[in-house]
Write a protein that binds this ligand. Structure first.
Ligand SMILES: C[S@@+](CC[C@H](N)C(=O)[O-])C[C@H]1O[C@@H](n2cnc3c(N)ncnc32)[C@H](O)[C@@H]1O
Length: 259
């Protein structure tokens, strides 16, 4: 079999975020529950403007639009934005989707709510992670709220080796591993066995490193948010209703902060 190397956008974006995600049973209902939670905790009202930061293939952004909100969503991956555009057309909703980098958010006082879902925070060094929060703060109107839906650093998922059928091939993913001294959850190595074209697709260095996530504790996140100007910081233990208190054993660490 021939070996081919691919970068983040082709390997994870297309194979994992789009194709593999579609095969997860109940994923649409799960997205819908997350949107219910966001609407309640962000205290949104129909017609409010929402920013979906790192929106991936647009699953939540589209659902917000279907519920009557004005939505903008961006992602670094053009592959995912193109898929999101197609899905929005299919769903018959208008969503302002574009390619963008979360370290360079330049909206000013526009959105009532901003969301960073599915642990899409912590991809960079500390200064750049702070810049993401600063950009989110600037994008919100006064009184606007931000949601950070994060993994619970005290109760990381029991990552397992997974072996999934995707298209005519198989995606084999190794578990993530936490590098304890740096607090960085290292991106998981994976290979795709493309049986149809008789080749093995490997991740290149970009695909590997682009998946690393710095884990922050609740106190660290509070310090960062307060330094930027956020207040009324709340924590919840799951990203769906009912609102559950955050604890060391919670499924997630969901942070809400107000401008
Ligand atoms: C775990 S996925 C979550 C996607 C989506 N929010 C969801 O819940 O399905 C993380 C996303 O972050 C995006 N991403 C990575 N670096 C980014 C950056 N610098 N700016 C914007 N998006 C980025 C990836 O392309 C990917 O779609």
């Amino acid at each position: 079999m021939e070996n081919v190397e691919k970068g983040w956008d082709e390997f994870w974006a297309e194979l994992f975020r789009v194709k593999h995600r579609q095969t997860i049973p109940g994923i649409q209902q799960y997205d819908s529950l997350i949107v219910d939670f966001c609407i309640e905790t962000l205290k949104l009202e129909k017609g409010d403007e929402i920013l979906d930061i790192a929106c991936g293939a647009g699953d939540h952004a589209i659902e917000f639009a279907q519920r009557g909100f004005e939505v903008s969503g961006f992602d670094l991956s053009q592959t995912l934005i193109s898929v999101a555009d197609e899905k929005a057309i299919e769903a018959g909703v208008n969503v302002n989707l574009f390619r963008g980098d979360m370290r360079e958010i330049n909206f000013v006082k526009r959105f009532t709510g901003a969301v960073i879902l599915s642990h899409s925070f912590g991809f960079f060094d500390h200064e750049e992670n702070l810049r993401v929060l600063e950009g989110s703060f600037n994008a919100l109107v006064d009184g606007g709220r931000l949601i950070l839906d994060l993994m619970n650093p005290y109760n990381l998922p029991r990552f397992q080796k997974t072996w999934s059928k995707v298209d005519e091939g198989y995606l084999l993913s190794e578990p993530h591993a936490l590098d304890a001294p740096s607090g960085v959850l290292k991106g998981r190595p994976a290979i795709y066995i493309d049986s149809e074209k008789s080749r093995i697709i490997l991740m290149n260095q970009d695909a590997m490193s682009n998946n690393d996530i710095r884990m922050y504790t609740a106190l660290e996140i509070r310090t960062m948010l307060e330094a930027i100007g956020f207040s009324r910081i709340e924590y919840y233990g799951q990203n769906k209703l009912p609102k559950m208190p955050y604890s060391s054993t919670s499924e997630r660490m969901v942070v809400i902060a107000e401008k």
